[in-house]
Every structure is written in C-alpha cells, then in structure tokens.
Design a protein around this ligand. Structure first.
Ligand code: XMP
Length: 513
C-alpha cells in the first residue's frame, strides 16, 4: 500500500463513500479522525489529503478542526463542503453563518476549464448540495472556478499550491459526473497510479500473513458467511494446513447449510475443517425460551463456550483469524448532530472473551464489503458464497417466533428452502438484500381437501437495502408470490397459511427476532 489518499473525517455521513469512490479508481484511501496528529498523517506519506464534509459549523464553540500543519505538507488538498469552510478558516477567507442548510439538487457551471479538478467535464453538470454556512470571501490566492445557483464559490482553487474546495458532494450518486472530479484529484493532481486492485492485494496480504504467522498455527471461526469465508480462503492460500477452520453447527442453520460448508471447504478447497455439531445442546438450552433477547444471549454465550472448547481440541495455535472489515475499524467521530455516529450495530456480540489468549490475524481489516466480494471471486470462491445474502449469527432462532423446537425448526427450514429455491429460479435471489421465511406463533383455520385444518403460519420477508440500516420490502411479481405460497402450503407439513411482509425499515426491522 505505498500510495494512499488520507481522508480526514469531520463527521459526514458520506465519508466512507468518498473512500470507496477513491478505491473504485484503484487508489488506496484511508479514513482518519479529524484531529489525527500531523506527525501520524505525515508518517503515512499520503499523496493527497481530503477534508470531508460534516454537520458542524466552523463557528461552533467546539468545531472540529484539523492540525493546521497539514496545509504545510505540500501535498494536494481537497476540501468538500465543511472542508471548504476549513480552507477559509485557516487560509484567510471568510465564512458567514447561515441558518438554513442548502440541500438538494443544483447545477454547477464551470467557470475555468483549465482547472485540473474539472478536466473532462461538460460546461455544466448536475450536483448534489448539502451544506450550511456560506463562504463570502475566498481564502488568500484562491480563485473561483465554478458556480451554482446559490454560490459563486462552488469550486475554488489555489493552483500553485494545488488546493481545492468544492461546496457540493462529488462522491454521491446524485452528482453523476462526480467520479470524474474524484479521479482528476487522485490521478491527475495527486499523481496516484492505479495500483489498488484485489489481485495485487492478494499478493501483498499473502506475504504479510506468512510474515505474521511464520510456522505457527492459526484458527478461524468459519460461519459460511462472506467475510469469514474470504478470510479463510486468503489465509489458506498463504499458510495452507497451518490454518484450521472451526465450523459450529448450532442447530439453527438453514436446510443443507452444514453439509454444503463441509463440502466446499473441506472437500473442494482442502481446508482443514473441524466440524462441531452442537445442535442438541443449543436446543436444550433454548427449551421453553420465548423472549428474543434471552434467545440471543443464550445462543451467543453458548457459542463462545463451544468455540473455546473447540479451539482446545484444534491443537496449539498462537493466532486467531477474524473477518473484521474496514467499517468496523474506522473510529467513528463523536460530533453532535452526526447521525452516522449514533447508528451502532446492536448485533455484534462483543467478540470472544479476553481470557482467550490469541494474537489476531485480520486480513480484511482495510477492506469494504464490496472489495471483500471482489477478493472472494479472485480467490475462486463460488457466487453462492461471495454474493450470499446476510444471515444472522443466531440463525433461525430469530425467525422462529416463540419457542425454538426441532419440530418448529423443521417447518421453518422447509418453508425457507422453498423461498430460496423459488427466488433463485426466478432470478430474484441476487437482486435483493435478503429473502427468507419466518415462522409465526399463530395457528389459524383452513381447509385442505375436505378437512378443516388448524396449523401454523409462515411469513415471507423479502427486502432490498444498501447496508441493512434501512430497507424496503420488494414488490415481487404476484405470480412468484403465488408459487411460493402454494408450494409452502402444499409441501410443508404443518403450514396452512402464508403471508407476505410489507413493512419497511424503519419502522420495522428486517428480522422479526
Ligand atoms: P435488523 O433485523 O436489525 O437487521 O433490521 C439488520 C441486518 O442485520 C442482520 N442481523 C443480524 N446479524 N447477528 C448478525 O450477525 C444478529 O444477531 C443479527 N440480527 C439481525 C439482519 O439479517 C439484517 O441483514
């Protein structure tokens, strides 16, 4: 990772999007808290610095400010939104307080097509605004090179010092030509090559992993999900049989899941796989429990116990590998009014207990999810793994409403298998975020043949989402819903009613818990 762009995060909800766009341009980017000391930034030897947007005003008493020495580093700087206010604040411009935020679509008129940042753009482009205070005087030696309806200073530059400011957001999809601006900055202005590819990443990490692990042993908890699968494949490529994967069957997996994981990793990839069948004990502990939080706790705690025991059986290992991703690593910026900082996943169980004395191997620590998928493909993992829908750690327990018993799990599993099969057959499976069945704690009356029935109900949940934080229910074709419903009621013993969940998130959640 020789060349990189450093993004200082002032709390914008789009900071990660900037980082991802830069990486799409095959340049490595990292996100650092806004107050990272200059020495640390300098040590990274960045090819350029981006000051992100943020919800604050430079007038605020505790406005987030960067170490001002960054302006002396001599590398190109791009301020976006709040980042432009910072340029004004530090470099002799003037910002005026405005009570209202300018928010929404705008048109940028390019005033100077010699500006390196705007190369290759037509005379005017659509842009997305979201900013508060307004710049009324340019920083010293800066020039305006683009304007919008509301601002004469929509794009500003100090050509000699290679410093730029843009009031709108080039990183979001609502600025369709924004990628050109970002690419101009990182490639033309900062001079970065296109070195960040998953091919080169594999080579580099294989070396790093070998250097870290030496001839020691490493253990990895394989769930079958994208992250742990890709981590396993990558580490296996680096150290082969020094890796042991532990796969715990908690009895709450979907139809055929345990078999297909063993098939793929054990037999195809020849990864050493330790299969722990803990089904009976998990079910015993869940007996009689209906409260969703209790279920999660029981499952989480027992998983740790089983995993701990399993590591002992796996032999002496110094390292524990985890599929931690970049979004888990980025320190969130605690700025008042920053919604991104408030959204915390309530799902992460908090990792393994401290008394497990392992050193961590986290080869995906600097990757975003979409990069992990590309990496997985490069490593030869099949589409079913790489593009798999998310599946919660506590498994089907969050989809069996009420008590989890083996009979009720059987009903859910069979129904769920039909949902998955029909989604795949119709080509919808990979177009949605998640599609699954939920077993309701409701019996209702029906007729089958000449007989009255009184049986369970299944809800079908299909949602689209970008990241699981918000979601919409998917408007599936009626014919597909009809097939799913008919098949579940005809084929699954014990179900006589099927409903489709039309709740969005918020106010609903994706899982029923
Ligand atoms: P909710 O139900 O909160 O789910 O809208 C958002 C996303 O998170 C997944 N999810 C979980 N993942 N452990 C996990 O690893 C869990 O306990 C858990 N609960 C929900 C859910 O499937 C959705 O993608």
């Amino acid at each position: 990772m020789s060349e990189q762009i450093v993004i200082l995060d002032f709390g914008s909800q789009y900071t990660q999007v900037i980082a991802r766009r830069i990486r799409e341009g095959q340049v490595y980017s990292s996100i650092l808290p806004f107050d990272t000391p200059f020495s640390k930034i300098k040590a990274l030897n960045p090819k350029g610095i981006i000051l992100s947007g943020g919800p604050s005003s430079v007038f605020a008493k505790d406005a987030p400010l960067p170490d001002k020495k960054i302006f002396t580093l001599g590398v190109p700087v791009l301020g976006i939104c709040y980042g432009v206010q910072l340029l004004a604040h530090f470099l002799g411009g003037k910002v005026e307080r405005s009570e209202e935020r300018e928010y929404g679509k705008g048109t940028l008129k390019i005033g100077d097509n010699k500006c390196a940042l705007l190369k290759g753009l037509p005379k005017s482009i659509r842009v997305w605004n979201s900013h508060g205070d307004k710049m009324t005087k340019l920083p010293k030696k800066f020039k305006a090179v683009g304007s919008t309806e509301n601002s004469n200073y929509a794009v500003i530059e100090h050509r000699a010092k290679r410093m730029f400011g843009i009031q709108f957001h080039p990183e979001v999809a609502h600025t369709p030509k924004g990628m050109t601006i970002i690419s101009n900055f990182v490639h033309k202005i900062c001079g970065c090559g296109k070195n960040w590819t998953m091919r080169s990443y594999i080579d580099q990490s294989v070396e790093d992993i070998r250097a870290q692990i030496g001839d020691e042993h490493v253990i990895l908890g394989l769930s079958g999900g994208v992250d742990s699968s890709v981590a396993a494949a990558l580490i296996h490529k680096a150290v082969g049989d020094q890796l042991t994967c532990i796969f715990v069957n908690n009895g709450l997996l979907r139809a055929n899941e345990a078999e297909s994981v063993q098939q793929l990793y054990g037999r195809n990839f020849k990864i050493k796989l330790q299969y722990e069948n803990a089904t009976a004990e998990f079910l015993r502990r869940l007996k009689g429990v209906t409260n969703p939080e209790r279920k999660r706790k029981i499952i989480g705690n027992h998983f740790i116990r089983v995993f701990q025991q399993a590591t002992k059986r796996a032999g002496k290992a110094r390292f524990l590998a985890q599929g931690t991703l970049y979004p888990d690593v980025i320190e969130s910026v605690p700025i008042a009014g920053n919604p991104a900082a408030l959204i915390k996943s309530h799902h992460n169980v908090g990792g393994l207990p401290k008394n497990m004395k392992f050193e961590l191997v986290e080869p995906l620590r600097c990757l975003f999810k979409d990069e992990v998928r590309v990496l997985g493909r490069e490593l030869g993992l099949p589409k079913e793994v790489v593009d798999r829908q998310p599946f919660p750690g506590p498994g089907l327990a969050v989809r069996v409403m009420g008590e989890v018993t083996s009979k009720r799990l059987r009903v859910l599993r069979e129904s769920d298998a039909i949902v998955i099969e029909e989604m795949r057959k119709s080509g919808w499976y990979y177009k949605v975020w998640q599609s699954f069945a939920v077993l309701l704690p409701v019996k209702s009356v029906g007729v089958m043949g000449d007989e009255r029935t009184y049986e369970d109900s299944i809800a079908v949940r299909v949602v689209e989402s970008r990241d699981g934080m918000t979601a919409d229910w998917v408007k599936l074709p009626y014919e597909l819903l009809e097939t799913i419903s008919n098949r579940i009621i005809n084929e699954v013993n014990g179900v006589n009613r099927c409903v489709f969940d039309i709740t969005s998130k918020p106010p609903g959640t994706i899982e029923w818990e």
